[in-house]
Design a protein around this ligand. Sequence first.
Ligand code: CP
Ligand code: NVA
Length: 311
Amino acid sequence: MISLSKKYLTSIEDLSEDEILNLITRAIEFKRNKEGNSNKKALDGKTLALMFEKPSTRTRLSFETAMFQLGGNTIYLNANDLQVSRGESMQDTAKTISLYVDCLVARVYSHDTIVKLAQNCKIPVINGLSDLYHPCQVLADLMTILEHKKSFKGLTLAWVGDGNNVCNDLLIGSAKMGINIKAAIPRGYEPPVEILKIVTHESKLRETDFDIVREPIDAVNNADIVVTDTFVSIGKENEDDKRRSIFIPKYQVNGKLMGSSKDNAIFMHCLPAKRGEEVTSDVIDGNKSVVWDEAENRLHVQKSLLVSLLD
Ligand code: CP
Ligand code: NVA
């Protein structure tokens, strides 16, 4: 049994290095199905609510499947169908949800909503994506890195593109696990200063490198891991044209850029991908790509997380 010091997950920052490693180790056991049939009842009688303000394919599917396979139940709540859409406060919504279910996953526009939910729910709250963080994705990403690279130490991760929600948590999580980081991000699109301070602090503690560069080649050259994400996250659609003009083609991960990474490098993307924008099909479908492992690992690592928070 892994006990977590915090009974919620708003950002990967809520977890220590040991807690991340323990969650991943348990997830790898789930993946190998080592624990056999005993898992089928691990969350017997437990209900997970999933409140979504934004669309999702992987997050909803993987959480619903995880609960089903562990013997629990789920309730999907489209935020538009709740009274919150007619003005009920998020605080009162949180208190109400706590009366009926055992855990809440929320996908929201503003990270403040996650904070309000976590403060007002008597049950564990898991961030299923906010404008600032995507911790479940990053747990799956770190699991995928460990599976492919066997150890975190000495690796260099290159982030290419927008300093967005996935980037924020991936930089924090990578720094905590002792991975060197080179992030190629255009000026004005970097993570918020407070997040850069956390990454710098975690990197210093472990004597690893953390650099922000402007040229993608300076990040990807000789990297072990190359990661990108959409240039236009959900909620940024009104900046679509401006973002495209800044990011494309310079920050696109294509065969030429990927060719400068190590021969045994891996390519990662949380998905959904906009092929031809942040990544080309030859890269995402190429032999360095591990994007389907990342997507699958959402299921295993979220089982590990749910059992730790609920069992
Ligand atoms: N990666 C991820 O969170 O995917 P969805 O938006 O489909 O849930
Ligand atoms: N950065 C993306 C991630 C989607 C899973 C977004 O927020 O839309």
